[in-house]
Design a protein around this ligand. Structure first.
Ligand SMILES: [Zn+2]
Length: 391
């Protein structure tokens, strides 16, 4: 941990003459084209190992990254976030640039918001907090029995949520532990529990995914968030599930959606991406080939064959790399699939009921204190790493 802090403080206080720029990763830019544009050798990319090259393919268009330049405008260091936990750290070392994957240092914040509805929840949340991310998260996840369009002036809304800050600015996704909308004297709740949103009965809200998009022989690599590799002395992550299967095995769309990308994507080789509603995306990597005629913008149905298992990109054997993203952030497909089949039951349901009754007490106390002024984010559009989507 000490090492991480040194790295960051080095970056921030490198030299008084140096300055830091925050830039937006352009659409279509890859790590290789980035190196080329900045007159850096492509060997930086090619000397990365397989997992690092896969991570380099995870850079999201629109993400904010930081560049440190010397006073004579020479590139000194670059920090590019990959997902919510790791970043690529490019830095000069003895006149040569090296790339290292380091953890993002984040501050966690728990907040509550209790407001009266004046126009619509989306607009009222935005006005109260300046936070598109929060308004979006609410709009995407609140699917109670309440029709949000029928709310009356004076109806109440409470959100208890968690957010993160990087280099002083809001970063990454927001988790709303509980959303409560009170209308016609009835309180309606949605809870976040174990990586999913649930109604009060413990029914999971997003259940659109196939249990697996391919007939596989075994899972050759599970999803792993950031971890430290004790032998390689590197930070690692595997932002998807690898399903071992023979070349040519059909790959099916995990859910209804629209094809967002067909083509080659760095370490993932031949890749298909499908967007499933405003917030979910699936990625299928290392493909041998695509279904005939498959192209961007096309609608696909759940279970439809979109491609075939292969060994393209950086791959040590034929397998499908399957990634799942919520608001462009990689999440564990297994966590969604596991619960998609049914509602919580047994001991898990008991734990859920206990957990949610505690949250309801907090909602009530937030309601009692609803005259406190909500916290307003500054420059929110500049702070959020991903393009805010207005719904
Ligand atoms: Zn993989």
């Amino acid at each position: 941990m000490a090492k991480i802090i040194v790295v960051l403080s080095l970056f921030l206080s490198f030299s008084t003459a140096a300055y830091m720029e925050e830039l937006k990763w352009p659409k279509g830019e890859t790590f290789l084209t980035f190196l080329d544009k900045n007159h850096l050798p492509s060997s930086i990319y090619y000397s990365l190992d397989k997992e690092e090259q896969e991570l380099a393919a995870e850079i999201v268009a629109g993400v904010k990254y930081q560049v440190l330049k010397s006073e004579d405008n020479q590139l000194e260091q670059v920090l590019i976030p990959i997902g919510e936990e790791l970043q690529m750290h490019l830095k000069k070392k003895d006149d040569k640039f090296v790339m290292e994957i380091t953890p993002i240092v984040l501050q966690q914040e728990s907040r509550s918001l209790a407001i009266e509805i004046h126009s619509s929840p989306f607009v009222d949340i935005l006005n109260a907090t300046n936070s598109y991310a929060l308004a979006n998260e609410f709009a995407q996840t609140f699917r109670g029995e309440v029709n949000l369009r029928n709310l009356q002036k004076g109806d109440k809304l409470v959100l208890l949520y968690q957010q993160k800050r990087r280099l002083g600015k809001l970063f990454g996704s927001i988790k709303i532990d509980v959303s409560m909308v009170e209308t016609a004297k009835k309180k309606n709740y949605i809870y976040f529990y174990k990586e999913n949103y649930y109604d009060p009965k413990g029914q999971e809200l997003d259940s659109f995914l196939l249990s697996s998009p391919v007939n596989y022989t075994r899972i050759s690599s599970p999803f792993t968030q950031m971890r430290w590799h004790p032998i390689l002395l590197k930070y690692r992550a595997h932002l998807g599930i690898d399903y071992a299967a023979s070349v040519g095995t059909p790959v099916k769309a995990a859910g209804n959606g629209k094809v967002a990308f067909v083509g080659e994507r760095g370490g993932y080789g031949n890749t298909v991406e499908i967007t499933h509603d405003s917030s979910f995306k699936t990625l299928y990597g290392h493909l041998n080939g695509f279904a005939k005629g498959l192209r961007g913008g096309q609608s696909v149905k759940q279970g439809q064959v979109i491609a075939y298992v292969g060994n393209t990109g950086l791959s040590s054997g034929p397998h499908l790399h399957f990634g799942l993203y919520r608001n462009n952030v990689a999440i564990n497909p297994a966590s969604v699939v596991k619960i998609a089949k049914s509602a919580l039951g047994g001991n898990e349901l008991k734990a859920f009921i206990d957990y949610t009754s505690e949250l309801r007490k907090k909602v009530d106390s937030a309601l009692e204190n609803s005259d406190t002024i909500p916290y307003k984010e500054e420059n929110f559009n500049l702070a959020y790493p991903f393009e805010p989507k207005q719904s």
